[in-house]
Design a protein around this ligand. Structure first.
Ligand code: ADP
Ligand code: MG
Length: 352
């Protein structure tokens, strides 16, 4: 792993348009600049909304290929056969609906960068084809025999721990190592809360401008709640919340009352008070909140809401078990290590 010492990292200037000057992001900037200069494949990992796409674009723009195309393909959004033809192109008649020859995204990214988002969703067959492109820089369009060579840099992203996928044999080990030449990990927002105030200002500026508003102040209680919240949807969720606040504010200030109840009412530590463990109604409430605060096209609604419910269940069970993890894990019917991992993920470990 390319890791800068903290001294070097502190000297790394931030990257245009990317907000956050805390230690965690300094490290990300340092690695971003280092890998930009090379042609190495990069694997970006981190929860949804942590900025993987932002960093992928930065790597491209700072690289010698910066004036070439940047092509993003969301591997999780297309069926296996559509994805194959999207990536590699096809020739007329190779399948129903293939009415003409069509170039794929690898060809479109020639001299530039292809960003394979949600790479963990690719099928084993497609992984074989991707491995070949990474190794040989060549492939054929679907239904064709002619070999095409491209000069394309590959950046991939996964919102799952790819090594776990390898262990479960859902992801090819050889492809993993090909992609993972340089790993870049984007920490969740709750692990870099020091960046939250800056991000809030940044999004306020953007959404004021966009909506022709002047919501320039934030009450200190509101800011405190934003800093404390655990942000399962990370920067994207924060962005949505600020947009909503700017639109709904009646004056020039965001106060506590304007924040969604989940964020406003978040207590540090276990359990929303007074619910007596009625998980059905709690779940219903959390789902409703999640849906009202989500933007129309929020691609992460499912993950966000489920993560919220998961956190609440775990924190309530832990409280009910007097903080004894072994007991809570048993009552939840999950492995103790799984519980530990989830406690860390949700920022529920001791001291938080
Ligand atoms: N450090 C950052 N500074 C400014 N905006 C950010 C930052 N990180 C993420 N964002 C914004 O948050 C949203 C989600 O980021 P994205 O890169 O799409 O996350 P991911 O690909 O990890 O899901 C985008 O709108 C992006 O512009
Ligand atoms: Mg993304």
């Amino acid at each position: 792993m390319l890791r800068n010492s903290s001294d070097d990292a502190a000297a790394t200037p931030p990257i245009k348009g990317i907000i956050g000057t805390g230690q965690a992001m300094q490290q990300v900037y340092a690695i971003t600049r280092q890998v930009a200069a090379s042609n190495a494949s990069v694997l970006l990992t981190g929860e949804t909304g942590t900025g993987k796409e932002v960093i992928a674009r930065a790597i491209h723009e700072l690289s010698p290929r910066g004036s070439g195309p940047f092509v993003r393909v969301n591997c999780g959004a297309l069926s296996e056969s559509l994805l194959e033809s999207e990536l590699f192109g096809h020739v007329r008649g190779s399948f129903t609906g293939a009415v003409a020859n069509r170039a794929g995204r690898f060809e479109a990214a020639h001299t530039g960068t292809i960003f394979l988002d949600e790479i963990n969703s690719t099928s084993p067959q497609l992984q074989v084809k991707l491995l070949r492109v990474l190794q040989e820089r060549e492939f054929e369009r679907v239904g064709d025999t002619e070999t095409i060579r491209v000069d394309t840099r590959v950046i991939a992203a996964s919102n799952r721990e790819l090594l776990d996928e390898v262990a479960c044999e859902r992801f090819r080990e050889d492809l993993y190592y090909r992609l993972n030449v340089v790993p870049v990990y984007l920490p969740p927002l709750r692990a870099r809360r020091e960046d939250i105030p800056q991000l809030v200002s940044h999004f306020l500026e953007i959404y004021n401008e966009e909506n022709d508003r002047f919501v320039t102040h934030i009450h200190k209680d509101a800011l405190e709640a934003l800093v404390k919240y655990h942000w399962p949807g990370n920067v994207r969720e924060l962005q949505n919340v600020i947009e909503r606040c700017v639109v709904l504010a009646t004056g020039d200030e965001i106060d506590l009352a304007l924040l969604p109840p989940t964020i406003r009412g978040e207590t540090v530590g276990p359990a929303v008070p007074g619910r007596g463990g009625d998980l059905d109604s709690l779940a219903r409430e959390l789902v409703e909140q999640g849906m009202t605060t989500a933007a129309e096209d929020d691609a992460n609604l499912f993950e966000r809401v489920v993560s919220r419910v998961e956190r609440e269940l775990i924190s309530q069970m832990l409280a009910a078990c007097g903080g004894v993890q072994l007991k809570a894990a048993a009552r939840l019917g999950i492995n103790r290590n799984t519980l530990r991992k989830k406690l860390t993920e949700h920022g529920l470990e001791d001291g938080e």
